[in-house]
Design a protein around this ligand. Structure first.
Ligand SMILES: [Zn+2]
Length: 410
């Protein structure tokens, strides 16, 4: 669905930042048979609202297509992320007073990794997760309802559970298509006196500073600065009382909001708004430079990869995060360039193919056997860890880091 108004403030003052072409969905990999058929693809354009400063796509894919039952991403596959996610509960416990018998709800709870962190701190917990990953959470002993989170689900939860001390959505607020009804559902379940609503979203400042254009894909409808979040939360009767930058997904922002008018925000909120303004994030010139740098980075990567192929050497992609689909498709990296993508043997993506570019995803044991001359690190945001691991497991070739500006590491 094409949209013409800002997703938060409804303004028509949308300015284009960059067009990344048209791509398939990043968590819908293809079987071999599917690669032979006509494929769906969707426009991928980034716009900016001049009124509330929200960065956003101008095209929304139905979320039942995006988060289908066989959604292949498990949080626990990314070891550094597990550690980061499980540090959130202790941060919140230290910072806010939840009283006795606190209760935490995680929306989009995936395999239960975050809630396990809350359980360790003696919270009662509930996960809400629409895909079949919910079954994995249940097996791990995490109380989970397999449903989309909406008003109907909120009514069911409200009947069965007490009001929540914490409602949290990590890397989720960018995904929700009906944001207004989403926040109304949160409001229905949150303790109005001591409860907090917490979101962690990829931070637009880090996306721009680090040229993370690969994080622009259809699952991410919006890219947040703090300013549009303040606008949105206030519109719905919430007040943001804490804002902190965290390293998750190479730069996120954690916002804590309350419905209690008597709780005063700490100075982090004003400080970060001043910072965004001072750094020019509320003006178009910032995004013109962003666009030009993306194009430069893409051209440099193409030059490096094509140069290697001309010499007859082999390149294998390492890791198949959702975000690599944008990189592959925008930079036109297909099977002529990458032999395959290597993933851990526990990955749900093995033996499938990337949309558009049709690169097969294979077990990483192939990679250690083949020893290709170059490894393109597609999960470059965890690059250091990955390179260290690959060396430890015996890889002898060179690494290519695609972003912010591509470089080769011997
Ligand atoms: Zn707006």
């Amino acid at each position: 669905m094409k949209i013409k108004n800002c997703q938060i403030c409804r303004s028509k003052k949308l300015k284009k930042v960059i067009s990344l072409g048209s791509t398939g969905l990043c968590d819908t990999l293809l079987t071999y048979e599917q690669t032979k058929k006509n494929e769906k693809s969707y426009p991928l354009n980034l716009f900016r609202c001049e009124n509330c400063q929200l960065l956003q796509l101008d095209f929304i894919v139905n979320n039942k297509e995006l988060f289908h039952l066989d959604y292949p991403y498990k949080t626990s596959i990314t070891a550094p992320l597990v550690k980061l996610l499980q540090s959130t509960p202790s941060y919140l416990k230290k910072k806010f007073n939840f009283g006795s018998n606190p209760f935490a709800i995680d929306i989009g709870s995936n395999d239960g990794t975050l809630l396990i962190g809350f359980k360790k701190l003696k919270f009662k917990t509930l996960g809400i997760e629409p895909t079949n990953i919910a079954k994995i959470a249940k097996k791990r002993g995490v109380n989970t309802i397999q449903r989309f989170f909406n008003l109907e689900t909120a009514k069911i939860v409200k009947k069965k559970y007490k009001k929540a001390s914490v409602i949290i959505g990590t890397n989720l607020f960018a995904h929700v298509d009906k944001l207004d009804s989403f926040i109304k559902s949160v409001k229905m379940l949150l303790d109005t006196r001591k409860g907090v609503f917490v979101t962690e979203s990829h931070y637009a400042v880090d996306i721009v500073d680090d040229l993370q254009y690969d994080s622009i894909y259809h699952e991410h409808l919006r890219f947040y600065l703090v300013k549009p979040l303040v606008y949105f939360m206030e519109k719905h009767g919430f007040k943001i009382i804490d804002a902190i930058r965290i390293p998750n997904y190479r730069g996120s922002i954690r916002i804590t909001a309350t419905l209690n008018k008597n709780i005063k925000p700490n100075n982090s909120v004003k400080r970060i708004l001043d910072y965004e303004k001072k750094r020019g994030f509320y003006s178009q010139s910032k995004y013109i430079k962003f666009r030009n740098d993306i194009i430069k980075s893409k051209n440099k990567l193409s030059k490096i990869l094509n140069g290697i192929k001309k010499k007859g050497k082999n390149i294998v992609g390492i890791g198949c995060p959702g975000r690599c689909i944008t990189l592959l498709s925008y930079c036109k990296i297909n099977r002529d360039i990458l032999d395959y993508i290597a993933e851990q043997s526990s990955s749900l993506k093995l033996n499938l193919f990337t949309p558009n570019t049709h690169i097969p995803v294979l077990d990483e044991s192939n990679f250690f056997e083949n020893q290709p001359e170059y490894a393109l690190i597609l999960s470059w945001h965890y690059g250091k860890n990955i390179m260290k691991n690959l060396r430890k497991k015996g890889y002898k070739g060179k690494f290519i880091i695609p972003m912010p500006f591509p470089k080769i590491i011997n």
